[in-house]
Write a protein that binds this ligand. Structure first.
Ligand SMILES: [Zn+2]
Length: 331
């Protein structure tokens, strides 16, 4: 069983998860032409489905789905583990948490860039359902919702999929963000994230595209080359409460951004992060938070500097990245 251990030197937490060691390797899987457990027709190869968007006349764990959600076979944390915190000099949590895999599409798509509008909409609706369902479990203090695409982004399975990890604690970076959001709200009576999006819209130079309520831009202090953030300055809810109309616009904008990135970077590995609603105490100030999607292309590996300082070195100016992504006179 895994454990979440507190690192008192760096005020962070670490998941020690021996089960992760047995994950199949994407490179090996591709070379031996193994049957893909995520393709339609191979439902028996995965753990039983927790949720699926499927035709009404089809049976669970059979064909006829648009998205399927199953427990991760190689869990970092487990929902059946005790929800127990151990204090002392060696402080830890038993490996309690939720670790789900969302199979994004029944087709053997290797990249999100290939998805059509319907696939993008089904995916967003599935994220909405899973976050809404898991937030009712009051043992979960934070949900991480993310995609790793490509080997350089940490993906071990080539068929398009998303992961959701629910933890009994809030990770440090997120804790810091909540604190700053709260301070900004109390000082300026407005939302920090809203100000950031508003300022980027006003500055224009880093804007990439817009659709409906949403804007896509390369953030002023992008950590990654060609990093793109998508968000709305208006209070349209979080991923678990976003409306069908806003999902439609968000799907269109996300597709546009991915196409633009593929045009500049060809086949590229990336991490994608979807913000989740603050839970517990933080949920009271939910209006200060905004639904954000962050796309982080992984063109370079990290070194000792980045790991020890949490300070990234980005060789591409966000202003140039945005210009190229907009398609202005070939950069
Ligand atoms: Zn497949």
């Amino acid at each position: 069983m895994s454990e979440i251990r507190y690192d008192r030197m760096h005020d962070t937490d670490v998941i020690i998860a021996p089960e992760r060691l047995h994950r199949p390797d994407i490179n090996k899987a591709e070379s031996t032409e193994e049957i893909c457990p995520f393709c339609e027709g191979n439902e028996t190869m995965t753990p039983k489905e927790i949720f699926a968007l499927r035709e009404s006349d089809t049976l669970s764990n059979h064909k006829g789905w648009q998205t399927r959600v199953v427990a991760n076979l190689y869990k970092a944390v487990a929902i059946e583990a005790p929800h127990q915190h151990h204090n002392g000099r060696f402080e830890y949590w038993d490996g309690f948490g939720a670790h789900e895999v969302i199979i994004d599409t029944p087709l053997h798509r290797l990249s999100m860039v290939e998805w059509n509008h319907h696939e993008m909409v089904s995916w967003l609706k599935t994220l909405r359902q899973r976050v809404d369902d898991l937030r009712r479990d009051h043992r979960i203090a934070f949900m991480a919702l993310f995609k790793n695409e490509g080997y350089d982004a940490g993906s071990m399975q080539s068929h398009s999929h998303t992961q959701l990890i629910g933890l009994p604690l809030v990770p440090k970076l997120q804790r810091d963000l909540y604190r700053r959001t709260r301070e900004h709200l109390h000082t300026y009576h407005s939302s920090l994230i809203e100000s950031i999006i508003r300022d980027e819209e006003d500055a224009e130079i880093r804007m990439v595209d817009k659709c409906g309520e949403f804007s896509a831009f390369c953030p002023f202090a992008s950590s990654y080359p060609f990093e793109v953030m998508i968000g709305s300055k208006n209070c349209i809810g979080q991923i678990d409460t976003v409306s069908d109309g806003d999902i439609d616009a968000l799907a269109s904008l996300l597709s546009s951004v991915l196409q633009r990135l593929a045009q500049q970077l060809n086949k590229f590995a990336f991490n994608l992060w979807v913000s989740t609603p603050p839970l517990g105490e933080e949920a009271k100030e939910c209006n200060a938070h905004r639904l954000i999607i962050r796309i982080m292309p992984r063109l370079y590996r990290f070194g000792g500097f980045e790991v020890n300082t949490e300070m990234m070195i980005n060789p591409v100016e966000p202003e140039l990245a945005a210009k190229l992504l907009r398609g202005d006179d070939n950069g």
